[in-house]
Design a protein around this ligand. Structure first.
Ligand SMILES: [Fe+2]
Length: 294
């Protein structure tokens, strides 16, 4: 088309997108053009800002490596990752869901641990936490024989793969639910931690006066044939950043009560903590995600 006025441009671009043969790609591209052109008009994007935007997108790619994904970090920091999760789970976003984000630190082949065991594999100072988790279906019936992969950060906010002071696979373990859908284990209380701020995302947070912290959480990946593989995070209710998670991951359903105990317990010095939490699996495909790190 030969354009006579700027407002014709959107119609012209939409007409081209409409020629996309794959129906889903067509739907996505048509909507993308509508929103993108609408956004440019809405903020009256200047030429300098457009050049900056192109440079920023390129930087997101340049800052992405085998062990770090700045694009995913940005998507999380804009609330997009959480939105995608929530509209695709819990009856297409109409009910609560146990699903949450996988995050960048899940590893394949974490060691099997018996129920009642500990996932502390090297000296990790911090308060003990006794965790009791249950896996049920949407009718609250226990799911027995589900594999529950657990991983979390240390009391100083570092995963074992980030911390030379921790043993290989420290604070990681794979459990199997019993007849009542339960697993239970001992660990140390995780701490919240900052996301990396040395890239584009860090500049955005600084410009907006946002802190970079995620509230303390325990990750779980629950696998059982016949159910949609559950990726979850249980957030500590006593974390100061619970309501301001930089990645917008905290939903009401994912807040777990880390109960503090000051009474003595034979195998732990006070204060120690307990956490009881129930995951709900939805029907769907049992498929493990691709591990973000080795
Ligand atoms: Fe995490």
């Amino acid at each position: 088309m030969i354009i006579e006025r700027q407002d014709q441009l959107t119609d012209g671009a939409l007409a081209v997108m409409e020629q996309t043969s794959d129906a889903r790609l067509r739907e996505i591209m048509v909507s993308l053009i509508r929103h993108l052109h609408g956004f440019v008009r809405d903020v009256r994007l200047t030429e300098a800002e457009f050049r900056d935007a192109a440079a920023i997108l390129a930087e997101l790619g340049q800052q992405t490596t085998d062990s770090h994904n700045e694009v995913v970090l940005m998507a999380g920091s804009l609330g997009v990752s959480s939105l995608v999760c929530l509209i695709n789970n819990g009856d297409a976003g109409t009910t609560e869901t146990s699903q949450s984000l996988l995050g960048p630190f899940w590893r394949l082949n974490s060691p099997k641990v018996e129920n009642g065991g500990s996932i502390v594999r090297s000296d990790t100072p911090g308060p003990a936490v006794f965790v009791a988790l249950r896996v049920v279906d949407r009718q609250s019936r226990p799911i027995a024989g589900a594999e529950v992969d657990i991983w979390h950060s240390s009391p100083v906010g570092l995963y074992e793969n980030q911390d030379p002071d921790q043993a290989e696979m420290n604070l990681r373990g794979k459990f199997t639910t019993d007849e009542d859908g339960r697993i239970w284990f001992r660990s140390v209380k995780p701490a919240g931690y900052p996301i990396p701020t040395d890239g584009v995302v860090g500049r955005l947070l600084a410009a907006q006066g946002r802190h970079p912290f995620r509230p303390a959480h325990i990750h779980a990946l629950v696998f059982k044939e016949g159910y949609k593989t559950l990726t979850s995070q249980v957030y500590a209710d006593d974390d100061p950043h619970l309501e301001t998670d930089v990645q917008f991951g905290v939903t009401q359903a994912l807040v777990g009560r880390f109960e503090r105990h000051d009474e003595p317990r034979a195998e732990a010095d006070p204060p120690w903590y307990s956490l009881a939490y129930t995951f709900v699996m939805e029907p769907g495909e049992a498929r493990l995600p691709r591990p973000p790190i080795r």
